[in-house]
Write a protein of this length. Structure first.
Length: 256
């Protein structure tokens, strides 16, 4: 089989809908995170018609099995099967909904990895986060903080939580810089690291817990202050690494 024939073969994969936009009078562009092919942009022809075969399955947060015909610029969706319908329960809660938007936006920015293994890990990570959001098993901002820390680490931007990124000490990590990460007392007060802000021990402990998924240990954090401070730290760290702000984070700042 030659390369041209191979490129025309249909793609079948599990996928999560990240974003949807209108195309023309009747079509939709669907941005997908697939399990084995990373981010794919596809067109769903006739999806906005009331008689569409796709029905309401092409909405953000849906977990699907899809078949696509590769094209020059966009793949074409040919078949869709629902695996998990996360859209309705997530959209029923405004905090869960805006967290879902943030998860999807970050994923779209970082989702093109070089290996199938990395794509699969991100896919599984997002599927787990959406499942948790839909079932309300954790507070939405806890799920957000955990996902951002893990997804950024998968993309190569690990926020070190037990080491000063400047001098390597493990003591007195009381400062944070979006450019660098956590800093010790001496390095944090050094102007060469740019704008840095103080960070509490409880916030660092909280971030370690959500990063490692020790959910039962969150019982000690009845108040939301560590989670809110962590959200500010993680959001600014993500913005610095991506070199662009995430639009959904402005909604989160107003909510929390």
């Amino acid at each position: 089989m030659n390369a041209q024939t191979e490129n025309r073969r249909s793609i079948e994969d599990n996928a999560i809908v990240l974003r949807v936009q209108k195309l023309g009078d009747a079509d939709k562009i669907i941005i997908l995170l697939t399990k084995n092919h990373g981010i794919l942009h596809s067109v769903a022809k006739g999806a906005r018609k009331t008689t569409s075969k796709f029905g309401g399955r092409l909405e953000p947060f849906m977990l699907l099995n899809v078949s696509l015909a590769p094209g020059k610029n966009l793949s074409t969706l040919t078949q869709v099967q629902t695996l998990r319908a996360y859209t309705a329960p997530i959209m029923a809660s405004y905090p869960a909904y805006i967290v879902g938007l943030a998860l999807a936006e970050l994923t779209e920015y970082i989702g093109n990895f070089n290996t199938v293994e990395e794509s699969t890990r991100l896919f599984n990570l997002l599927a787990g986060a959406l499942s948790a959001l839909s079932r309300q098993v954790q507070r939405p901002f806890d799920i957000l903080n955990a996902y951002f820390l893990r997804a950024l680490a998968l993309a190569g931007w690990t926020l070190l939580l037990d080491t000063c990124v400047s001098c390597g000490t493990n003591d007195y990590l009381f400062w944070f810089s979006a450019e660098d990460g956590l800093l010790c007392e001496n390095c944090g007060r050094n102007e060469s690291h740019g704008v840095s802000r103080p960070v509490s021990r409880r916030t660092i402990e909280y971030m370690k817990i959500v990063f490692t998924g020790q959910w039962s240990a969150l019982d000690k954090f009845i108040d939301s202050v560590p989670a809110q401070q962590a959200l500010t730290i993680i959001s600014s760290f993500a913005t610095w690494q991506l070199e662009k702000p995430l639009k959904s984070l402005s909604l989160l700042e107003r909510e929390y």
